[in-house]
Design a protein around this ligand. Structure first.
Ligand code: ARG
Ligand code: ASP
Length: 719
């Protein structure tokens, strides 16, 4: 008995440890493959990535350079998130055909909608080119010289390494410059919208539920890739044919249970898992709080106006959502880093690291890394804070300053690139600014400005504060600018840009709004940027050597994965609930009952479509229910980040069981420190997607294209 308990404990600790990490698909053999098999995987590393046969990686393209997607039929049908397809769905929407509100379904291929500029990227193969990239840099001592040579090598190799004429080469760095991999890719440019549920399903819960578990969002949309007659990439043409992928995912309607193996493939954007404790401390105590404070103020102002005025709500909804997304993430991240004692854990790691350095006799090479970090991060602190404040206040959240900054760049352009470049940019700016003013409300922005400029003056280290903002009366300044500046409406803005460079510069420099932005930007570019860049370059070099040392001094079995860099990765874990707080336990699966619990008729976040309520009332769930209930979302311990949206969640056999779209709030620290106790990715259950396509939209044409694996007992059921 005792022996069995001990064994169970051992297995538990093992499988706990075997989670987290974003792994390179071509390098899974060995440690990853055996971990995955221990966790329950039935397929092999060769099934996931192979250069000799079709493999799972052939079904997972990068979607529009930012999200992930997966192929689900042999006719180019692709699944991704609603929030990833959002801009394209919106671009086809009009007042009469509002696809965001009502959804869109193509019941035949002819009805599918082409999307200008949308593209999808497949990976053909991955090769290690580290030696070639670093050639000729071995003896260089100057960091700047070395980086220049590396960039030159990359650019030559990208052009000369073998590939087909319709393919591209792309070289990316891993482990902070310790490894370089070549990706041979194919970009498909004819991608058409096939289906999207109404926002009341695809965006159900909106900002209130964003980053939150329990979740009830059907965050999916469908597109189709078209290719030329040879199945190769082509610009949009009526003559193009549906793309035939090398692999597409069967969809499992068998369902999942807690502790089932899951894996997620996708294109995570950026993580910083190997930062030293001192850097994490700076994020927790300095930069995150400043960024949160700025966005907090901007959001409160916008929300106040949006609640009172429907026109403003339409103008600001999308901007609000995008400001709120990372605002909420940083709050969760900061809390999670504190609660999990991430700084303490890193300090302990560093103490052990230092001992290993001594034991290996590597003091000369690696002995000063941690003290260098300490010195650099102390030195960079004020500059990093100033940089974040400038970007949040001037470049991101005050619209008038944001637009002023465009003029500032225009003025710089004249100095650096001359008259022609100036005129070209000026004309583009004048032409392209309509969209900005269409959604700009000067009263809202004035109130945002007043709040944010006050925070800027208060929080910015005083040595960087321009004279114009000393002894600031924010209310008076806001009144002055928003009454007198020509930046507050389209006609006036355009009139500023009329005339030759001399006239334009004279006009803009006389503008009150531009003057303030320019004072801020001048101080920023002169006193902050050069020093920040100088220290940051040192940090980058230190980080690279630190990473090299970690790789070198860790045992072969250590789980060291390269930080995310928007390349294809595999992460794996188990379906699992979690404990967010004392006495609270979250279950891993949500159901349609939860949608109805959250239902607020007419509410912009929690309304539910009539048809869905009918299906719920009659329990008309087709073959997709589980014990009479309709599953909606589930969570697991997969290590994901921004960019993993739209990623396929796969079962032990490599079949699609869900669609990744978010993480739980308590675990958003996973970009800096992953803990299997609390970090969970959120997925839409594949059964909910099938149910919506089939029962809600009645798109039998789409269902017929799919390869659906039903549970045995339901195989015979006729629809
Ligand atoms: N938090 C998710 C991710 O970063 C989803 C964002 C879209 N949804 C939203 N309600 N804003 O990107
Ligand atoms: N929602 C994110 C995305 O759009 C995913 C995440 O951050 O977990 O990529």
């Amino acid at each position: 008995m005792k022996y069995i308990k001990l064994l169970l404990l051992f297995v538990f600790i093992q499988t706990q440890a075997q989670q987290g990490g974003m792994w390179i698909p071509s390098l899974l053999k060995g440690m990853n493959e055996s971990e995955m098999k221990n966790l329950g995987m039935k397929i092999s590393a060769e099934d996931i990535y192979s250069i000799n046969k079709s493999s799972l990686k052939d079904a997972v393209p990068h979607f529009d350079g930012g999200c992930t997607a997966e192929m689900i039929s042999d006719k180019g049908l692709l699944l991704t998130n609603h929030h990833c397809g959002y801009d394209n769905i919106q671009s086809h929407s009009t007042v009469e055909n509002d696809y965001l509100t009502n959804g869109f379904w193509a019941y035949k291929m002819d009805d599918e909608l082409p999307n200008k500029d949308l593209y999808v990227t497949f990976i053909i193969r991955i090769e290690d080119v580290t030696t070639k990239v670093l050639e000729g840099t071995e003896t260089m001592t100057s960091e700047a010289e070395k980086q220049k040579k590396i960039q030159a090598n990359i650019s030559t190799l990208t052009k000369t390494l073998p590939k087909e004429s319709w393919q591209e080469n792309s070289i990316k760095t891993f482990y902070d410059g310790n490894q370089y991999l070549l990706f041979v890719i194919e970009n498909y440019k004819d991608v058409r919208l096939v289906g999207a549920p109404p926002s009341s399903i695809g965006k159900f819960g909106s900002d209130t539920d964003n980053w939150v578990w329990p979740r009830h969002t059907g965050d999916f949309s469908l597109f189709r890739i078209y290719a030329d007659k040879n199945n190769r990439p082509a610009e949009y043409s009526k003559d193009n044919v549906p793309y035939k992928p090398k692999h597409f995912f069967p969809i499992s309607a068998k369902g999942i249970s807690e502790n089932d193996f899951t894996m997620v493939m996708g294109y995570p954007g950026r993580t910083q898992e190997y930062l030293p404790a001192v850097a994490v401390e700076q994020i927790v105590n300095t930069t995150n709080p400043a960024k949160i404070e700025v966005r907090d103020a901007a959001l409160k102002v916008q929300d106040g106006f949006m609640r009172k005025d429907n026109a403003i709500k339409i103008q600001y909804a999308s901007k609000y959502a995008s400001i709120a997304n990372y605002w909420k993430k940083w709050i969760g991240e900061t809390k999670g880093l504190k609660k999990s004692n991430a700084i303490g854990v890193k300090q302990k790691f560093e103490k052990e690291f230092q001992e290993k350095v001594i034991k290996a006799g590597k003091q000369a090479e690696y002995g000063n890394l941690l003290s260098d970090f300490e010195k650099n991060y102390t030195e960079i602190k004020d500059y990093a804070l100033a940089r974040d404040l400038f970007s949040e206040v001037a470049m991101r959240n005050t619209e008038l300053l944001q637009n002023g900054y465009r003029l500032y760049q225009l003025e710089q352009l004249l100095a650096t690139k001359g008259e022609q470049a100036f005129t070209d940019r000026k004309n583009n700016l004048s032409k392209g600014i309509d969209a900005f003013y269409k959604d700009f409300n000067p009263t809202v922005d004035k109130n945002v400005f007043e709040q944010l400029i006050a925070i800027y003056a208060k929080r910015l280290p005083s040595q960087f504060l321009p004279n114009e903002l000393k002894n600031l009366d924010a209310n008076k300044l806001a009144n002055d600018i928003y009454t007198n500046s020509k930046l507050v409406n389209l006609q006036d803005f355009r009139s500023l840009l009329e005339g030759d460079s001399k006239t334009v510069l004279e006009k803009i420099n006389n503008d009150k709004g531009y003057q303030i932005l320019k004072a801020m930007a001048d101080s920023y570019t002169k006193s902050v940027v050069p020093k920040y860049d100088e220290i940051n370059l040192k940090n980058i070099a230190t980080q690279r050597t630190y990473m090299k040392a970690i790789l070198e001094l860790s045992p072969k079995s250590a789980r060291i994965f390269p930080d995310a860099n928007s390349t294809l990765r595999v992460t794996y874990g188990k379906v699992k609930g979690y404990k967010p707080n004392d006495a609270v336990l979250y279950e891993p699966i949500t159901y349609l009952d939860g949608v109805m619990e959250k239902y607020v008729p007419g509410d912009y976040e929690f309304d539910v479509p009539k048809k869905l309520i009918e299906l719920y009332d009659t329990k008309d769930y087709g073959k997709y229910s589980h014990k009479g209930k309709m599953p909606v979302c589930f969570i697991a311990t997969n290590h994901t980040t921004g960019g993993n949206s739209g990623s396929p969640a796969l079962d032990a056999n490599g079949n699609l069981i869900g669609l990744n779209f978010d993480r739980v709030w308590e675990g958003t620290m996973s970009d800096i420190y992953y803990s299997p106790d609390i970090c969970r990715n959120i997925m839409v259950d594949a059964r909910y997607i099938l149910f919506i396509i089939d029962k809600f939209a009645g798109a039998q044409n789409i269902i017929d294209e799919l390869n659906i694996i039903y549970p045995k007992s339901k195989k015979q059921v006729k629809k």
